[in-house]
Design a protein around this ligand. Sequence first.
Ligand code: ADP
Ligand code: MG
Length: 702
Amino acid sequence: MIEASKLTEEFGCLVFNDRIMRERLPKDIYKAVKKTIEKGSHLELDVANCVAATMKEWAVENGATHFTHWFQPMTGLTAEKHDSFISPTDDGGVIMEFSGKELVKGEPDASSFPSGGLRATFEARGYTAWDPSSPAFIKDGSLYIPTAFCSYGGEALDKKTPLLRSMEALSTEAVKLLHHLGYKDVTRVSTTIGSEQEYFLIDKDYYKARKDLLFTGRTLLGAPATKGQEMEDHYFGVIKPKVSAYMHDLDEELWKLGIPAKTKHNEVAPSQHELAPVFETANIAVDHNQLTMEVMKKVADKHNFACLLHEKPFEGINGSGKHNNWSVCTDTGMNLLDPGKNPGENIPFLVFLMAVIAAVDEYAPILRLSVASAGNDHRLGGNEAPPAIISIFVGDELAEVLKGVEAGSAYQSTGKVQMTMGATVLPHFTKDNTDRNRTSPFAFTGNKFEFRMPGSAVSVANANIVLNTAVAEEVSKLYEKLKGYSGSELKEKVMEVLKETLLEHKRVLFNGNGYTDEWVEEAEKRGLPNLKSLPDAMPFWISDESIALFTKHGIFTKEEIQSRYEILLENYSKSIHIEALTMQEMVRKDLTEGIVAYEKDLVKEASQKKALLGDGAGSLEIGILKSLDEASVEIGKALAKLAEDTKTAEGKTEALDTAEFYQRTVLADMDELRKYADKAEALIPEKYLSYPTYGQMLFSLR
Ligand code: ADP
Ligand code: MG
């Protein structure tokens, strides 16, 4: 337990952070490492050796016996292999050693990680390379070193490498443009991310009793509880003591790892919660989000909970997302998405705002894909999360600013409006200039954009890779249009180019309610894509436009793009395959067992009543029996169809065709089966079921 008064000391106590490096490293070494971190310059081996020795000393003092290169393969999870620091000596003892070489490079066998055809299995070698820009930390007795992971041929096999490349690309393009606009002292631009993480907590024993949760992370069966989220009583509701104890413990574990967990609250659905950290540099924020998800599960286990991170663990109530708050700031301390006092004349702001608008419009299908997964497809467009149509909410004030850009007239800020609440005892404050629009997938929220489509379970790396790269491309286009101008001509040209870009892309701007059918129609008229599922969106990933974008900025090679295409599709199909098998098993064994047991008792009861009381007796039991029998006949049919179609899917070989079949046929079969299974379940008393119901799982922690 961290005492409140000790928090500032204990925060980051398990992290080899800047403070520790400054204290422990010789001055010149510290400077060299800082240069690498801040400017991205290469690190010499003697520097690495010195850092390694210091790291090891610090790690051992803090109880670590092992080190591991920690990386993020294409599974979307993290991977680690631990080596101890020990090195045998001649006298039969050991010393603790850790060299610069071991710090900088690892050689894990890469053959069992997804590579999408980039590497044949016999080419087993892969490399992990230290990412000094994300600090090492201690967890469970090991020193964790964040690393990038690539194949023997140098192709990226992970999510960190392209993320770092995309940050680099955006920085390069932004610095070029900013220099041209007169901001000569900017040398680097970085993206910042704050990712709000939603999750469910349920009783651990319930979790273990359900094969669907264990194998797939979501419930594949389950009649709705008689209460859902309709009372709107959970969002921001009083946090129950057991949950509060969990959140407290979670905060502490995260703080020790240097993760700035800031906000916690109950979410809309019963048993759903959220945690939001203070924003950090993109690369660190992504690492920290991966760690947060892991620690959430670990701490849950200690508290006898299971933490569900799936995007749609329960039908009929909200699923979970991960809002990706994103901004761009310079090393001179300027937030390029901060409108400031006079946004109409704030050129860097207007230029970057327009680059984002153009990027989101131009590359909407790829952005949509960056958040696509079998799990997240259940959420998008379900009126609980943004629709699959990508649009941008800018709010009233920015809408006025943009009108000014279009009309060629400068917008004058109306200033802040005082908020009055009618009771003089309440404090007076000024209103924000934009309200919030929860239905927008991509919303401007004051000094940043909030991308609301990412799912709760996946790494936010993909979303940010696409966002950074697409914006880098639009910034580069703006630069190309402006580079021939200077002085007052440049100022005029900027406004002209902004207007031109706005006219080209304003179809993507939408301030209204994104959950309505009217918007779906309107979006179609505007020509905005509505890619409902991963297989629908997938062809855009390997389109000429996508390949041109990613290869131009050095984010992915054509081969890397192709490999990610294969991996995504395969992962999608495999996820649904496991779901289909799990559902069949649960229905065939668990649900059927419940149906049969209850039917037996009903038959017995009804016949005994009849024998005792004559015809007409036992009508309640007979009525239930009939309904149950009807449902079970349909269950039998739907189960047979699902089994047959799953077999057909297993025989398919082409990746997109397979995924489409899973999406269109197997998922539809599962819906059909569920309809009748849930009907049956709703009739059966809990004691006949070997697994817990929605009511038990969702309301037991109250
Ligand atoms: P909401 O009301 O949308 O739930 P908050 O206003 O509490 O959210 O903050 C959302 C997130 O935005 C936080 O994680 C916060 O750190 C992050 N954030 C704030 N400023 C920036 C920025 N400049 N860049 C990236 N993220 C930011
Ligand atoms: Mg938010």
